[in-house]
Design a protein. Sequence first.
Length: 311
Amino acid sequence: MSKLAIIANPNAHRNRNWPLASQALRKAAPGAAVYETRTEAELKEAARKLSREEPRVIAIAGGDGTVTHTVTMLGETFHGKVPPLALLGGGAYDSLAALGGRGAAEDRLKRLSEAVATESPLRTTERDTLRVRPEGGAVRCGFRFGVGLPVRFVEEVYRSGRAGLWTSSRVLVRAVASSLSLGPFARRLFDPLDLRVSVDGEEWPRLPIYGVVISSVAEAGLRLRPFRRATEQPGAFQILGLTAGPRAFVLEVPRLLFGRPARRDRLLDAVAETVELRSPRPFGHFLDGEIFPPARKVEVSLGPRLTLVKA
């Protein structure tokens, strides 16, 4: 039985564009069990095998969407008691890969393999996950959830056909410029939601809401750290409600960039354990960058608390 197992998604952006990705992973971690999971059925079978083998560490080679699907499946299979995870990245955006350390995926995997083989102490950190339950849809676990403005931003990135850090940065710059001039792009991004938000059973005041983001990790990609309170309290997550229009929101970007508190007349901010979002019109949501079908109600609560390995 291998003490290190790797779940690799060949459909992830980097793995798909580099035919030698799987070979490089095997070379970096000789002897590790590698499970290539192209479909949900393959992922489910891999999770079942891992639950019997109980490796010391499971590494995930894939983008943010791969992490979401893998964490969801492992949480179900291991009944919430998931072995330590190492996030290697491999997608177009990889905003969650920073939770697994620095450097190329193969370099991190090699260090991890050596530490596991020699039974050396591992650098770990614990993070809560979000459990997202849309009305009429499947339950999924992840780290960052959003509706409204963040969904439209992600849709714009994907619409370009070249998702990634540089594309996301260009869309952000375009959004800032359009917001300052109140251009059509900003008006499309800031289409207000007819949304009721209940946080731990208490409903937010009826204010114009342009977007809601919930996170259990501080990082947001693009070097932004708006979720400075996400890890403030174990067993809770941070929720932000955007109530500022385009020009006012642009003034908050520098604060978000440096992880500073936003003005209360521009962002609603809370630490919570449960959130319920309701609307008379179906609304879409994203979880770790993947957009899911619209629903009229979505409940967000705490998922499994995970141990993440930094290599």
